[in-house]
Design a binder for this molecule. Structure first.
Ligand code: AHG
Length: 341
């Protein structure tokens, strides 16, 4: 897809797009605008490392990294530290929480705090790092609702309170897809100019779906409802959509493909071990941001019984079964689960 341009034929950079969105919010101070731009910048830095991931061993062996005084850091730790450092000193964020840390991440005392709460999964799909497969960063932004420098309560807000959410996809190109509640827009990083350019304006799930994405290797651990639903997706009933299966195992990549092509991603509860009866994916870091984007694109996200955005989070690392994608497919999953369990 070509980069979108305005009627005068100018390319729309992410900075310009965020600024234009800001102008449609009366009373906006520009803080969120700048926060989103900080996130885009963090994404560029992480992308520059993920692009070189396969070279880490070689560079480490030749000693290049030692000459520059850098230590070879694991990519997920690098992404985590980058996201935090890009946002810890700006005065825009009151508190952060990362999928990589057990507890909330306060802003260091030497820096001012702001009015937003930033939650992120710095490198989702980390089991794919060693194989040169797509990775992603997922983020969500809330308003601070407590006094002072923020607390756990600020992080445990319902998805309905999300102010902005999105993801960075480190694939064949680097993309940033985000929403501030006014639809979903996608930007592709142009490495020649080092800027994200609007490439996918106003993304909506297509009316016709093509793909379902699930780790079918877990099928024997699923409930009757999920197994029967999967059969329906595959074409085993008269009104089946007969979808093709696609599963990367990087949530951002699977979600992104289904957003553009139409489809559903799900990671249901399973009976493997007690911890997995609530699913594998994290409500705060993975499910809520993607459910928010899905809804903004005309789809939705569910835990199989209720909308993800209506769940009251109880803890930072709470897990949830997750069904997200084209609305009709998610609703059909809920119907099968309600009927068969
Ligand atoms: P992680 O970042 O720990 O690798 O988790 C990845 C998540 C998500 O990206 C993906 O959809 C799912 O786990 C894959 O899980 P399975 O390997 O169990 O299919």
């Amino acid at each position: 897809m070509m980069a979108a341009s305005d009627p005068q034929g100018q390319i729309i950079t992410i900075e310009r797009h965020i600024l234009e969105e800001q102008s449609s919010f009366p009373g906006a101070t520009g803080t969120l605008t700048n926060l989103l731009y900080d996130i885009a910048l963090a994404g560029k830095i992480i992308a520059s490392k993920t692009n070189r991931a396969g070279l880490v061993e070689i560079l480490g062996r030749t000693g290049d990294t030692n000459i520059q005084g850098e230590e070879v850091q694991k990519l997920d730790r690098f992404a985590d530290a980058t996201f935090f450092r890009m946002n810890d000193h700006t005065g825009r964020v009151a508190l952060m929480a990362s999928e990589e840390h057990a507890d909330i991440l306060p802003i260091p005392d030497k820096y001012p705090t702001g009015k937003y709460i930033l939650l992120y999964d710095p490198l989702d799909g980390s089991s794919n790092i060693d194989y040169n497969i797509c990775l992603g960063t997922i983020f969500s932004v809330y308003r601070k609702i407590t006094d002072g420098r923020g607390s756990l309560e600020d992080c445990l807000q319902k998805g309905r309170q999300v102010v902005a959410a999105g993801y960075l996809l480190y694939g064949t190109s680097t993309m940033l897809v985000y929403s501030t509640g006014r639809g979903v827009n996608g930007f592709t990083l142009d490495p020649a100019v080092g800027e994200f350019l609007l490439s996918h304006p106003s993304i909506r799930f297509p009316k016709t779906s093509h793909y379902y994405s699930v780790n079918q290797g877990n099928e024997r651990f699923w409930s009757e409802g999920v197994r029967t639903y999967t059969g329906w997706l595959q074409g085993r009933e008269n009104d089946s959509p007969s979808l093709s299966a696609r599963y990367v195992g990087s949530l951002v990549a699977d979600f992104h493909r289904n957003l553009l092509a139409g489809g559903i991603f799900y990671y249901p509860a399973d009976t493997r071990e007690p911890g997995k009866t609530h699913g594998k994916l994290r409500l705060l870091y993975e499910a809520i941001p993607l459910a928010f984007l899905a809804e903004q694109a005309g789809g939705c996200g569910s835990d199989g019984t209720q909308n993800i955005l209506d769940i009251s989070p109880q803890s930072l690392h709470q897990r949830t079964p997750f069904f997200v994608g084209s609305r009709d497919l998610v609703e059909r999953a809920e119907a099968y689960i309600q009927k068969l369990g």
